[in-house]
Design a protein around this ligand. Structure first.
Ligand SMILES: C[S@@+](CC[C@H](N)C(=O)[O-])C[C@H]1O[C@@H](n2cnc3c(N)ncnc32)[C@H](O)[C@@H]1O
Length: 222
């Protein structure tokens, strides 16, 4: 297997420049500082567990690039779950709609082709398993532990809660939980991910890092 050196800044792992370039070129909304924090958590989780790294909310693969790079370098794999029909806020007429992502034949969003092209262009498609389906349905039949759960799927209470309840039981004891779009102030954004984050803190997780709206958590020692 080819060796893919990582840059390091102090003790914080940083993706190789070509991985950062692929991330920045990918369709999506995650800013670089949050991506770097996600990558550092992924490297940490892979090193401490050796287990696959799971994402809920693939969209076009922007954050999956980082999980795939971390998984590749640790000899594991990234898993990414999405029905690829877009979240509420990505539908026509809503703030985050991108008309270029609509399948004209079906008349609905389909982010899977863009995701596949993105991971191919990044040279990382062999390091990601795309799970196409509804997160709670996939979680209900999933039977293996994962080293990281990154919640970035639907941002309603129904979806964010189902992602938490469906996937945290699959998280290894020493794995990491990452939640995106955590906004303590309602003026900054929707509150469902914040409520999931609060629930995790109340249910035995402790905060490891805060970067923008990205929260990294790990289980407290008992
Ligand atoms: C905010 S986007 C993910 C962004 C991506 N993580 C990135 O950084 O580029 C949310 C995604 O979650 C997906 N999604 C929403 N609800 C879902 C559900 N219940 N099951 C599976 N995927 C879902 C949508 O289709 C959408 O692609």
């Amino acid at each position: 297997m080819a060796h893919h050196p990582r840059q390091t800044t102090g003790t914080v792992p940083r993706p190789a420049p070509e991985v950062v370039a692929s991330f920045e070129a990918a369709t999506g909304f995650m800013p670089l500082d949050e991506g770097l924090a996600l990558y550092a958590a992924a490297v940490d989780a892979a090193a401490r567990t050796g287990l696959p790294l799971l994402e809920i909310g693939t969209y076009c693969g922007r954050s999956a690039i980082l999980l795939a790079a971390a998984a590749r370098d640790a000899g594991t794999v990234a898993l990414t779950v999405d029905h690829h029909r877009g979240s509420e806020e990505q539908q026509p007429g809503w703030e985050y709609h991108d008309a270029s992502l609509v399948d004209p034949e079906v008349g609905r969003m389909d982010t899977l082709p863009r995701f596949r092209r993105t991971l191919h262009a990044a040279g990382l498609e062999d390091h990601v398993i795309a799970l196409v389906g509804r997160s709670p349905q996939v979680a209900a039949v999933w039977g293996a532990p994962v080293g990281l759960v990154f919640i970035d799927g639907g941002h309603t209470d129904e979806h964010a809660t189902a992602d938490y309840e469906g996937w945290v039981p699959h998280l290894a004891g020493d794995g990491l939980l990452v939640v995106h779009d955590v906004f303590p102030d309602p003026a900054d954004g929707g509150q469902a991910p914040y409520r999931v984050y609060r629930r995790a803190l109340a249910e035995g997780f402790a905060e490891v890092s805060v970067t923008g709206s990205l929260r990294v958590l790990r289980r407290r020692a008992r």
